[in-house]
Write a protein that binds this ligand. Structure first.
Ligand SMILES: Cc1cc2nc3c(=O)[nH]c(=O)nc-3n(C[C@H](O)[C@H](O)[C@H](O)COP(=O)(O)OP(=O)(O)OC[C@H]3O[C@@H](n4cnc5c(N)ncnc54)[C@H](O)[C@@H]3O)c2cc1C
Length: 578
């Protein structure tokens, strides 16, 4: 029987990231994946700042940036009747509006970028394999059973058709929206699958003349019939600027899956472009469904699920792959500590406490975003059931010099602005504040959100929140607070007058045999705060202490110096559950 510490089913964003993080932390792991290669179509594409921070910590940010389209060219949500047709409105998205750009710049050392899943997965999995992940392609997970010592999985080799067993201490189900692992673990799921039908058409076409003056990753096309199924509009999505694309079009799920020949696919694409002559090469097409489902528990015993296996939702807000990578990152350091015998297995329960609320939030957010296209249709007079010629007349009516037309224009403007809740949810992406046994309260109440919590990021060092980013200085270089944290270890940050925390960190580290590094921030110390921004961001006194977990979330904090070793030891012991 093949043996490993952690068996991961699936090599998508969740599974490959789990392998990479576990390999980085020195945990033997193996990925089995059903097909002969990775994602065969672009699917997910937007990497938000939190994901880029994780990829930075795991050492692959430079390669991702080198292959990705930068934030600057993602920016215009264009609403139009076709690419060649009339443009109805625009919204600057993904932090490219100048004030939102400032929010992004202040929030993170990383920028968001666009790298389709079929380009991202090989980078993550390649790095994982380099760091020791054993990868078995054409290997299908069939079933598993667990006992007190581990999990035995039945796997089919799809070349020889033979089944064999893999024994692991833990099994991770990263096997996507039809997860067999989640089913076998009988994870409780709420919601509905197959709410609406959608099709993806990947095509090549030089669209430079239609898009380069309004660069974007998403062009939204309102045409009669475009609100049937799918994501509520027709979409032309950039895969590679400006000659590789993905068209998204809905279908009526109650009428059954359509037969999508290349000719039918080309007809859909041509209508969306609005040009019957431009050369088009259809590369592939596939059907998928809009789902609205999440698990209320991600684990059972030694089986843990992540990614689409436990949150299944449409691509609105671009949260699918991002949340999958973040799930893996949350679980990996905990598994590493448990497998190394440094933490009680109870630490793994905090994966549920911390990630289940995030999964529920993103499923609800993404499905709500589909509904929020309704007011755009209403403002344009595109009510369901009216005939096509009347739709065009209603749209045209907004150009008149009448009070009704002025109201129509204003309603359209507001309806498009409302789509900020799909395209600029910086808060959803970064305001993840964990509440669990792996977070030790300092007795202070949670700081309220001063601005809309979905749209705006509110940095705080309140235990459970992600460590705020500010640029510090060392030896003439700037370094982010987030660069000091991470790398699989705990970190203690203090200032002048808090030096005893560093000594305490050393002692607690050696008592628990876990890595805890301590740094003093201040003139003449490990890092300097020349801009004075850390003094503003830390929310504790200079001699206080921030204890940061390996995933860069604050595990505990102390406002001032005093009784350092006992207090730090108590906090670390609580987190490790020992
Ligand atoms: C057709 C389609 C289009 C999408 N479009 C978008 C989009 O435009 N934007 C967006 O943000 N998101 C999109 N998504 C969602 C996004 O791709 C997912 O959120 C993301 O891929 C989830 O990552 P994951 O690792 O959890 O699962 P997946 O990427 O689905 O990976 C699952 C993995 O498990 C493997 N697997 C499955 N069953 C088994 C088994 N029994 N044994 C072994 N291996 C198995 C698969 O081969 C695969 O490697 C799309 C998804 C699909 C299916």
């Amino acid at each position: 029987m093949i043996e490993t510490d952690v068996l991961i089913v699936g090599s998508g964003p969740a599974g490959s990231s789990a392998g990479l993080a576990l390999g980085t932390y020195g945990i033997p792991n193996m990925i089995v994946t059903k097909y002969g290669w990775l994602a065969n179509s672009p699917r997910a594409h937007l990497n938000n700042q939190r994901t880029m921070e994780i990829l930075r910590d795991l050492g692959i940010e430079p390669e991702v940036i080198a292959k990705a389209s930068p934030q600057d060219i993602l920016g215009n949500a264009v609403f139009c009747t076709s690419l060649a047709g009339e443009e109805l409105g625009r919204l600057r998205m993904f932090g490219t509006e100048p004030r939102r750009r400032a929010d992004h710049t202040l929030a993170s050392p990383c920028s968001m970028c666009d790298l389709p899943q079929n380009f991202l997965e090989p980078i993550i999995l390649g790095a994982a394999a380099e760091r020791g992940t054993k990868v078995r392609f054409l290997s299908e997970y069939l079933s598993s059973r667990q006992d007190t010592g581990g999990v035995t999985a039945e796997v089919k080799d799809r070349i020889s058709d033979q089944t064999y067993q893999i024994r692991a201490k833990y099994l991770l189900g990263a096997d996507g929206a039809n997860s067999k692992v989640a089913e076998d673990a009988d994870l409780p799921l709420e919601g509905k699958m197959g709410v609406a039908g959608s099709l993806n058409i990947v095509f090549r076409c030089d669209l430079t003349k239609y898009v380069s003056y309004r660069p974007s990753v998403l062009y939204w096309v309102l045409q009669p019939g475009c609100d049937v199924g799918g994501v509520g509009m027709g979409v032309i999505r950039m895969v590679r600027p400006w000659n590789e694309w993905l068209a998204i079009w809905g279908y009526d799920i109650n009428a059954g899956a359509p037969q999508l020949t290349d000719q039918a696919a080309e007809a859909i694409v041509r209508n969306l472009i609005g040009d019957q002559h431009v050369p088009i090469e259809i590369r592939s097409s596939s059907l998928w469904t809009v789902n609205d489902m999440y698990a209320t528990r991600y684990s059972r015993g030694r089986v843990f699920c992540m990614g689409d296996a436990v949150h299944r939702h449409p691509p609105m807000n671009g949260l699918g792959s991002n949340t999958s990578i973040q799930d893996a990152y949350n679980l990996a350091w905990k598994l590493a500590l448990v497998l190394k015998g440094k933490a009680n297995p109870g630490l793994l329960d905090t994966y549920n406490e911390e990630r289940v609320p995030i999964g529920q939030q993103i499923v609800k957010r993404a499905n709500k975003s589909i509904g929020e296209t309704g007011p755009i249709f209403e403002a344009l007079g595109l009510q369901p059931g009216i005939e096509v010629a009347q739709m065009w007349r209603n749209m045209e009516a907004r150009k008149n010099a009448t009070p009704e037309a002025a109201a129509q224009r204003e309603n359209l403007r507001k309806a498009i602005l409302q789509k900020n809740y799909e395209f600029n949810t910086h808060g959803v992406e970064l305001n993840q504040r964990y509440r669990s046994a792996a977070v030790v309260s300092d007795g202070t109440p949670e700081p309220p959100f001063e601005r809309d919590a979905e749209l705006y990021f509110h940095p705080t060092t309140w235990p459970g929140a992600r460590l705020p980013h500010v640029w510090l200085q060392k030896d003439g270089r700037q370094i982010s607070t987030l660069d000091i944290a991470g790398k699989g270890r705990f970190v203690v940050l203090t200032g002048i007058g808090g030096e005893r925390w560093i000594e305490a960190a050393r002692k607690v580290s050696s008592a628990h045999e876990i890595a805890i590094e301590g740094f003093v921030i201040g003139p003449g110390r490990d890092f300097t705060d020349l801009y004075g921004e850390w003094a503003e961001a830390r929310e504790i006194g200079e001699s206080g202490c921030l204890m940061v977990r390996p995933d860069a979330h604050v595990g505990w904090r102390a406002a001032e110096a005093g009784d350092e070793q006992n207090r730090l030891s108590a906090a670390v012991t609580r987190i490790l559950g020992r």
